[in-house]
Design a protein around this ligand. Structure first.
Ligand SMILES: Cc1cc2nc3c(=O)[nH]c(=O)nc-3n(C[C@H](O)[C@H](O)[C@H](O)COP(=O)(O)OP(=O)(O)OC[C@H]3O[C@@H](n4cnc5c(N)ncnc54)[C@H](O)[C@@H]3O)c2cc1C
Length: 444
């Protein structure tokens, strides 16, 4: 597939979107749904889908995992509204694939959050209670170890919680499918075009020319931390994935044939799912922290993190000892201080970031929100509690990187101690608890 040509001269558009990941692509799609004749221009520094949107784990989740935080920050009615809107997003992606005949391997099946150490057992109680208190007890239910193992018989699984609505997708098929449909609908896309500056009047600058627009949408994920006005709004972590060769006989043996996405209950999570061609995608959120908005190589691919991810895969599924890993990769995670995505406007610039490892489903909702903000239309989507939430900021660099790295090390030590059945030390426990004490959340 050939990239679209870079921008070659000054131009104008009704709306300019910066970033060709799911958020930018869904925003473009929603804009054309609302106003089919709109002149939409999307600028992407590499190729659409090159970022995490083209290479994530493919969990297409709701925002129910964030229900407790939403309740604390916005109250019950607002929390429920966000969770329900995020359910529509998951269904919306499935419907979009069907209507547009894009085969993104969308498969609806529940998500399991499991315990793999005694210390994790019951850690889901707060979220189960939150769902029940919000009148949605069916959305998240506790399940016994035996029930978990009928869905997937890993020897590590000690019980868990089941999120009713979830799906999995093939990430790159979805991103590239969206790009193709947008081009068909007449959106203008320039790839290999980096935006270097935003103006509050909605115009943006690149090395090749300037775009004057009625509104601009900033949809650049963790790179937002590199733009003035957004530097303290997010921190950058990283996540890595290994992909097995097809192992359908192993999936049959462990009974993992229902398409469930599975995540464990530690802070630096392990996450795993099956694919249509019988492989296991296995990820770990334990990679290094990034500095500001800069993309360091080891956020993209860290051989040491890949090695540890592969070791964990075999601990979860001993049958995979000696089986081939055909692909491995990583990427940056845009961590919001509250763990929830943030949308809003500064003048005529409209932004979205902070998915904190749960952006596949919520970016569809983000596209609905940003399209409305860009057109200055207000409705129940722009009234959701993830739009212009009260501000919470990270400390500036170098404290953010140093503090984040210290906390990450403490979390790794805590998880290692608990995996070995030991109590973590007092200092480790204290440092690992700092984000919670400061009211900040790390991935999951
Ligand atoms: C390894 C990994 C696994 C993950 N697994 C899951 C999962 O299973 N489920 C889930 O929900 N989420 C997952 N995520 C997170 C998810 O991928 C993201 O939340 C989601 O893709 C965010 O979409 P986006 O459009 O905001 O960002 P991106 O996909 O990063 O898109 C932003 C785009 O902006 C471009 N860009 C950046 N700066 C500029 C600039 N100055 N000018 C022009 N363009 C620019 C980038 O090249 C990029 O293409 C995972 C992430 C990683 C790294």
């Amino acid at each position: 597939m050939a990239p679209e040509p870079p921008l070659s001269e000054d131009t104008s558009a009704d709306v300019v979107i910066v970033g060709g990941g799911y958020l930018g692509l869904w925003t473009a799609w929603q804009l054309l749904q609302l106003e089919p004749e709109l002149d939409v221009l999307l600028l992407e520094t590499a190729m659409c889908g090159h970022g995490p949107s083209g290479r994530n784990g493919g969990f297409c989740e709701t925002l129910w995992p964030g229900a407790q935080i939403l309740r604390e920050r916005a109250g019950d009615a607002a929390a429920l509204a966000v969770c329900r809107a995020s359910e529509s997003a998951v269904r919306g992606i499935g419907a979009w694939c069907e209507t547009n005949e894009v085969d993104a391997w969308f498969r609806e099946a529940p998500m399991l959050r499991v315990a793999t150490t005694e210390s994790q057992v019951g850690s889901w109680e707060g979220i189960v209670v939150a769902a029940a208190d919000l009148g949605a007890a069916d959305e998240v239910v506790a399940v016994s170890a035996a029930e978990v193992r009928t869905r997937c018989a890993s020897p590590l699984f000690l019980g868990g919680a089941l999120y009713r609505l979830n799906a999995t997708v093939h990430p790159a098929r979805l991103a590239l499918g969206l790009r193709a449909k947008l081009l068909e609908r007449g959106a203008r896309i320039h790839e290999r075009t980096e935006v270097t500056r935003f103006e509050r009047d909605g115009s943006v600058e690149t090395r090749f020319g300037r775009v004057r627009a009625g509104s601009a949408v900033l949809a650049v994920n963790s790179a937002a931390a590199g733009f003035r006005g957004y530097r303290l709004s997010l921190a950058v972590a990283s996540s890595h994935i290994v992909l097995t060769e097809p192992v359908p006989e192993v999936l049959d043996e462990i009974g993992w044939t229902g398409g469930e996405a599975i995540v464990d209950s530690r802070t630096l999570v392990h996450y795993m799912r099956t694919t249509r061609d019988g492989r296991i995608v296995f990820g770990w959120g334990g990679g290094a922290m990034g500095i500001g908005g800069r993309l360091a190589d080891r956020l993209e691919l860290d051989p040491k993190v890949i090695e540890r991810t592969q070791e964990a895969l075999v601990r979860f599924f001993p049958q995979l000892e000696g089986r081939q890993i055909t692909h491995a990769w990583g990427g940056p995670i845009d961590v919001s201080p509250t763990h929830l995505p943030i949308f809003g406007s500064r003048g005529r610039i409209h932004h979205g970031f902070g998915f904190t490892g749960n952006g596949v489903g919520p970016s569809y909702l983000g596209g609905e929100i940003l399209a409305r903000l860009a057109l200055d239309r207000r409705d129940e989507r722009t009234g959701l509690a993830i739009v212009e939430p009260s501000r919470k900021l990270f400390p500036p660099e170098p404290f953010r990187y140093a503090g984040g790295s210290l906390i990450r090390r403490a979390l790794l030590a805590k998880d290692a101690a608990e995996d070995a059945g030991r109590e973590p030390g007092v200092a480790t426990r204290f440092v690992a608890s700092l984000p919670r004490r400061l009211g900040l959340r790390l991935p999951r």
